[in-house]
Design a protein around this ligand. Structure first.
Ligand code: SF4
Length: 184
């Protein structure tokens, strides 16, 4: 691949018309993992537990994911920021997640499975038009080469990642910020 991953991220942003808020390249050793975070998936707050190949219990164990992730050298982490009417603006939160997923999927399409990508929440590739999870699970994954892994299901501590990257985890009142990362 001749272009840098950063160039490809900007190409994806322009193609899908979703603005990148912040991004940073950093060594994979900056990541910290938390079994507690992964275990919290069982509470099914997001509603995707046992409903996606990217989420527990179908996703690999944290140790398996950690071994895979640490076999790469670098991370490109990026965020999108979305304004909300107020902190109860569920529609704005959902729309922000949809836009962030569009950018993440677009990046995945451009790199054609060359590098693994991890996004916010469950794999969004087969989401329906309203942005709801439409994963084929437990039937076989329809697009294994396009699958977006889940940061949370890998036990990745996004708050710590944001600190290591110098990227804001929270961009202030009445905003929501989503994270994704690619490995290479
Ligand atoms: S690509 Fe589709 S079927 Fe495969 S994990 Fe993602 S949402 Fe599920």
């Amino acid at each position: 691949m001749n272009k840098s991953l950063e160039d490809i991220l900007f190409e994806a942003s322009s193609l899908c018309n979703v603005k990148i808020h912040e991004y940073k390249e950093l060594p994979v050793s900056s990541l910290s993992f938390s079994q507690e975070l992964l275990d919290s998936c069982k509470t099914n707050v997001c509603g995707n537990y046992n409903k996606s190949w990217s989420c527990p219990p179908a996703s690999p164990t944290m140790e398996e994911q950690q071994n895979k992730i640490l076999s790469y050298k670098n991370i490109l982490v990026f965020t999108t920021k979305h304004d909300l009417e107020d902190s109860f603006d569920y529609e704005g939160i959902t729309k922000g997640m949809e836009l962030h997923s569009i950018l993440t999927i677009c990046l995945g399409d451009l790199i054609k499975g060359s590098f693994p990508i991890y996004g916010a929440g469950s794999c969004p590739v087969c989401n329906d038009q309203s942005g709801k999870n439409n994963c084929s699970f437990p039937a076989p994954c329809k697009f294994p080469e396009k699958m977006i892994y889940s940061l949370e299901a890998a036990g990745i501590n996004v708050i710590e990642l944001s600190k290591s990257a110098g990227i804001k985890y929270n961009n202030g009142p009445n905003t929501v910020t989503y994270f994704s990362m690619a490995l290479w």
